[in-house]
Design a protein around this ligand. Sequence first.
Ligand code: HEC
Length: 195
Amino acid sequence: MTTKFIQITFSFALMVTLVQCNQQKAKNTNNQTVISQDSLIKKGAYLVTILGCNDCHSPKRMSAHGPELIPEMMLSGYQSTNQLPPMPTDALKNGWSLFYPDLTAAVGPWGVSFAGNLTPDETGIGSWSLEQFKIAITKGKMKGLEDGRPLLPPMPWQNYAYMMDEDVAAIYAYLRSVPPVKNVVPANIPPSPVK
Ligand code: HEC
């Protein structure tokens, strides 16, 4: 009897929880399902983590366990205060491509590319529209402008080309919610003939 009661109480609690979860999704006037801003941001945080945006866009410091993120600089790209080490011309001549130690810059046959500032500061994506953001990551266009130059390696935009609109919107919502970091990322350096 008591077990039965516990079972019923448990099922009821589960139902309430499921209903509550469902309430995060509501219908808009066109009867389309929309998710709350909070759920959108959480989904965006999840996508940014599993898609590895931090690998290249977040400055890191070396720790005993290898490179670790610097929380207050998260997603702010290659730091303008960094000094690039001398170019490894021998390695480049031999066909190597190389990363800056925290992976926010890379050099190869395309020259030097610097990962952008994805925080909502004006020096990042603060003034970008969702449409611009979508063009940048799904069509690989600088600043998300249709006539912008093609984004260079190692930005893996080709992997994101088929991203669903709702995922692009979630990533955008999350990036707009992180603390803004002032950092003007330098322009790319075109390849110079290696002697
Ligand atoms: C392997 C490294 C790498 C990964 C992973 C990566 N990026 Fe990038 N990203 C770059 C680099 C480098 C650039 C600059 C390319 C250039 O200058 O052409 C860039 C550029 C961008 C730009 C354009 C910035 C501008 O000012 O126009 C956006 C937006 C962007 N990345 C978003 C993302 C998002 C969102 C993710 C994760 C879903 C991501 N990137 C994952 C390396 C990476």
